[in-house]
Design a protein around this ligand. Structure first.
Ligand code: MRU
Length: 369
């Protein structure tokens, strides 16, 4: 997508042809900085510290992390170590495991001398695949938005609520929940996007609002607790959110607070759609409530808020009494019964085991059309 008229992806190979560049998402929206990853340790830190985040981008960064590890040392032991270290960076988004399994399967079958070149090519394929998948999700979601627009008065905006950042910054390009939004906007359909701020890290305020603003999509930032009120007032036509892990039975694990939006949507008969690449489906898990590891993050994310200070620099302010106990679950699970539909690269699936199996009848997710 465009940043100040220049096309960007969230991750790419540096002009040196060797190292990897990412946008530092901890600095947005106040500073646009590019961070250069040279080693496995750089890649692990970027994922763990949320310089990069969002399920698909975590997967792509991990794939490039394996490549950087192979540049340093292409041995079997180093390959195992790289995959294990990367796997431990963040627990919830299943794309991380998907990408690492794919890299490990390819690289273990070839000689160490071939590994770094093949790893770079394969990581590039994973990144490219994500872009293609999101474009397909976008096209399927666009048809849905067209139908909603057709049911409204001519010229009236379609009101979409989204949570967290399931935008191009969370993927390699386009985003999952935002791909239909960008395509609908580009097709001339009037839109109004409600952007949940998404405490504690404010991915909505910092990232989604920044992305939509750069693309010229009309949007308003709302506090996390506003969604129910907006829906009661008839101000939301549909919800579009992303997913970090979807079980084979259609339960959706996504950023904390997604479940509350789904409950409010259900109560107000607002359709609630989840946009997800098949790489986000965990076919090994049927029950989202007991089997998905829910990441717990540090207390600082809750007791402090990062932002731009009056002197123009970036900093954090403390908002809770010193020593306040904190629990910080980063994700929650929305049960399949609250999900109107799953928008995948193969089209819309009912959020159920039968619905997903029907669409992906060739078995486990291959990330293919
Ligand atoms: O903790 P984050 O910022 O990595 O969480 C991201 C989300 O929850 C996104 O909505 C999710 O990854 C879907 S993104 C395409």
């Amino acid at each position: 997508m465009q940043v100040d008229g220049k096309p960007y992806r969230s991750i790419w190979v540096n002009a040196d042809g060797i190292t990897i560049d990412v946008i530092d998402q901890t600095r947005l929206p106040h500073e646009f900085e590019i961070l250069n990853l040279k080693t496995l340790a750089d890649s692990c830190a970027a994922i763990r510290d949320m310089v990069v985040r969002g399920a698909p981008l975590i997967g792509a960064t991990a794939a490039y992390g394996v490549y950087l590890a192979m540049l340093q040392e292409p041995s079997n032991a180093a390959l195992d170590r790289a995959c294990e270290t990367l796997y431990a960076t963040r627990p919830t988004a299943v794309n991380l495991r998907w990408a690492l399994d794919r890299m490990r399967a390819l690289l273990s079958d070839i000689t160490p001398a071939e590994r770094s070149d093949r790893a770079l090519t394969e990581a590039g394929r994973i990144a490219e695949l994500d872009v293609e998948i999101n474009q397909r999700i976008g096209r399927h979601g666009l048809e849905l938005i067209r139908k909603v627009a057709a049911g409204k008065k001519p010229g009236a905006a379609v009101n979409i609520l989204t949570h967290c950042n399931a935008g191009w910054l969370a993927t390699v390009d386009w985003g999952t929940a935002t791909a239909p939004i960008y395509m609908a906007h580009d097709a001339g359909i009037p839109l109004q996007v409600w952007v949940d701020e998404t405490r504690p890290r404010n991915q909505g305020a910092n990232l989604t609002a920044w992305e939509l603003g750069h693309h010229g999509v009309p949007h308003s930032l709302v506090v996390d607790n506003a969604g129910g009120h907006l829906m009661q007032q008839g101000m939301v036509d549909l919800c579009l959110v992303g997913s970090d892990r979807t079980t084979r039975s259609g339960d959706v694990c996504n950023k904390i607070g997604t479940y509350l939006k789904a409950l409010a949507a259900h109560d107000n008969e607002v359709p609630f759609y989840v946009c997800l690449p098949s790489t986000t489906i965990d076919w090994n898990i049927g029950d989202g409530f007991s089997d998905i590891p829910i990441e717990q993050r540090g207390a600082d994310e809750v007791t402090q808020i990062a932002g731009k200070l009056p002197d123009g620099g970036m900093g954090t302010v403390v908002i809770a009494p010193e020593g306040t106990g904190v629990v910080n679950y980063a994700f929650d699970v929305t049960p399949a019964r609250l999900v109107t539909g799953l928008i995948t690269e193969r089209g819309m699936a009912e959020a159920s085991e039968a619905g997903l199996a029907n669409l992906f009848s060739d078995g486990a997710s291959k990330g293919t059309d």
